[in-house]
Design a protein around this ligand. Structure first.
Ligand code: DQA
Length: 152
């Protein structure tokens, strides 16, 4: 199984960016966690990050025929992008929407997700920021779980 992991704008700044919300682990730490968990599950992952909406659309379109699933954190584009919604709907690849913070506890505009109607599952609150005893981000196990349950 081949999974494409896409991260949107400002996620490259994890660790620096609002650590009280997103935790102190870096983007590099996140990639290592995902790779380690993917290896445990025996799935292959390709992880990418961009600050540009059109690049996310291009990557989603190009995933057709190459990837079995997409794990997507569109970051701020979650709350604005019809183009990303359309791309996910167009390719028909099972896609999981994932967020590091708990959107239900944040500003009202963050509780609107344009991409969610096209996704098969959504996972929020993967940050260790409010859980000091848990020292790592948890997105990898959360976001890959829906794909694992599809395996025979
Ligand atoms: C985010 C939540 C978004 O509202 C925000 O714009 C982000 C990150 C998250 O992972 O919690 O950049 O997608």
């Amino acid at each position: 199984m081949n999974i494409l992991i896409l991260n949107g704008p400002n996620l490259n700044l994890l660790g620096l960016r609002e650590p009280e919300i997103y935790g102190s682990r870096t983007y590099d730490d996140l990639c290592k966690l995902i790779e380690a968990h993917a290896a445990e599950l025996g799935v292959s992952v390709e992880i990418r990050q961009t600050n540009h909406e059109g690049v996310l659309v291009d990557w989603i379109q190009a995933a057709r025929g190459k990837f079995d699933g997409i794990v997507l954190n569109p970051a701020a584009y979650t709350h604005t992008s019809v183009a990303i919604l359309d791309a996910v709907q167009a390719v028909g690849i099972p896609t999981v929407e994932v967020h590091i913070s708990d959107l239900s506890q944040r500003e009202p505009f963050r509780q609107i997700s344009y991409v969610r109607p096209a996704c098969v599952a959504v996972t929020c609150s993967c940050s260790s920021a409010r859980r000091p005893r848990q020292r790592s981000l948890r997105p990898s196990s959360q976001c890959l779980r829906p794909f694992r349950s599809e395996q025979p």
